[in-house]
Design a protein around this ligand. Structure first.
Ligand code: SF4
Length: 123
């Protein structure tokens, strides 16, 4: 039995309204103005993925938190597991933007990277 989902493509500012017919692991996408929307719509309907953006605790700096993000997408259903794994992490300066804070987060093949410098004097 198939299921119909209505989605808004977020791959570009045009925001096409997509209709996705899902039948098991198969998805038929319509309403997309380009092939990127078909790929995104099928993925989103069957197995949605997200970039994780959060912060980690800092020790040894006037700053209390360092912003981080995953360098790729994770399954939406694993974001809470990822946050639980990240919660106890404490970093110390110096850290440069782009440095890996956690390698291979949850074994999902994505790294957690710093999105700002942490230089140790509150900057
Ligand atoms: S389907 Fe293509 S044109 Fe439409 S929002 Fe998605 S990426 Fe943009």
């Amino acid at each position: 039995m198939s299921e119909r989902k209505e989605l808004t493509c977020i791959e570009c500012p045009r925001g096409c309204r997509l209709t996705v017919e899902v039948d098991g692991a198969r998805a038929m996408v319509s309403g997309n103005a380009c092939p990127k929307g078909a790929v995104w719509g099928a993925q989103e309907a069957v197995s949605p993925m997200r970039v994780l953006t959060t912060t980690v605790a800092v020790d040894g700096s006037a700053r209390k938190r360092l912003p981080v993000r995953s360098d790729g997408v994770l399954p939406l259903g694993r974001l809470l597991d990822a946050m639980t794994a990240i919660d106890p992490i404490v970093v110390r300066p110096p850290i440069r933007r782009g440095d890996v804070v956690v390698r291979d987060l949850l074994g999902l093949g994505v790294d957690l990277v710093a999105t700002d410098d942490l230089l140790g004097d509150g900057r």
